[in-house]
Write a protein that binds this ligand. Structure first.
Ligand code: 13P
Ligand code: SF4
Length: 311
């Protein structure tokens, strides 16, 4: 089967069987092309909730499929490659979070959306990388335990100095591996380019950037800026997608290290096989399942984010 043939079959089957395909922006081009919705994890869960199709396939990592299920409990949800996990989300267990909460009893717990559903059940407010600064500013509380990304947390703390933000160790191993030396090398190689970086990078890197923002923030900034060259400090596929969106501009990955192997685990044939599963047999053991209690408790921190004006 060729890529084009697989794409044709996927599109035919998803239409015939009412299946909605969600692709995170770190997915490969050939997957993005067959998706109904693309973007960051929260945008995808909101899009799925607003989509009338009763089956959703997430091309991304497990916490993203869980978030789709939390916002659409009535839908049948699949993760296209069941082995795709996020080391940041998986690195924070409920036990570790409870220990941190016991250490900082006066704090409200704010969790990044990159967390398991179980961790969300123990959190007060959820945030995305786009909304973290805005939500934490809008919260009436001044003592905050921010989990699990200490780099995003440090970035928020610098933007909202009026609050006390407690952090624990944890974060994205891909973004956190970028160093100030990588920045210096990229600046030397592309002296005319603006440097755009994700707040999951370490403070040594974010403090040297011309723009710090979420994946969609970086994308929108680069597309609409009058400048012509950009060094992209987030997962490597964003530089590639930007190059398709604006062939007249130049986009350079900040470093080759910025590749998320979990995001790249999903192949077009995984999507094809998942569409077959979803359309023919709907195998129960491959679906994302959670107890009604977990859904109810984990949703609360997402509803609180929405109430505080986040997205
Ligand atoms: P955003 O797409 O929300 O910026 O998050 C980046 C990320 O690392 C997703 O796993
Ligand atoms: Fe997790 Fe980082 Fe990969 Fe995103 S890029 S899925 S945060 S490991």
């Amino acid at each position: 089967m060729t890529i084009a043939e697989a794409q044709e079959q996927i599109i035919r089957l998803k239409r015939e069987h009412g299946i909605c395909i969600l692709a995170h922006s770190y997915q490969a081009r050939e997957i993005i092309e067959v998706a109904d919705h693309t973007g960051d994890s929260y945008k995808l869960s909101v899009a799925a909730a607003g989509d009338e199709k009763s089956v959703a396939i997430m091309c991304g990592v497990r916490f993203m499929a869980e978030t789709v299920k939390l916002l659409s409990p009535e839908k049948t949800v699949y993760l296209a490659n069941a082995d795709a996990g996020c080391p940041m989300a998986d690195g924070l267990s409920a036990e570790r979070l409870r220990a941190a909460q016991a250490k900082y009893p006066g704090c409200v717990t704010v969790c990044y959306i990159n967390t398991t559903a179980e961790v969300k059940t123990l959190s007060d407010v959820c945030v995305t990388s786009s909304s973290a600064v805005k939500i934490i500013r809008a919260m009436p509380e001044t003592e905050i335990l921010f989990v699990p990304d200490c780099n995003l947390g440090a970035y928020v703390a610098a933007q909202v100095p009026e609050k006390t933000i407690r952090l624990i160790s944890g974060g994205c191993p891909i973004h956190a591996a970028v160093s100030a030396d990588d920045v210096a090398a990229a600046r030397r190689a592309h002296p005319e380019a603006l440097l755009l970086v994700h707040p999951e990078c370490v403070p040594d890197v974010t403090s040297r950037a011309d723009y710090v923002g979420s994946t969609s923030g970086i994308y929108d900034f680069a597309v609409s800026s009058e400048k012509k060259e950009f060094i992209i400090g987030t997962e490597i596929s964003i530089a590639e997608h930007l190059q398709y969106a604006r062939p007249d501009k130049k986009f350079y990955p900040l470093t080759k290290k910025l590749m998320c192997h979990n995001m790249k685990l999903t192949t077009l044939m995984d999507v094809y096989n998942c569409v077959l599963t979803a359309s023919c047999v709907r195998e129960a053991d491959k679906q994302i399942t959670m107890s009604p209690e977990t859904i109810m408790k984990a949703r609360r921190c997402i509803d609180e984010m929405i109430r505080l004006g986040g997205k």
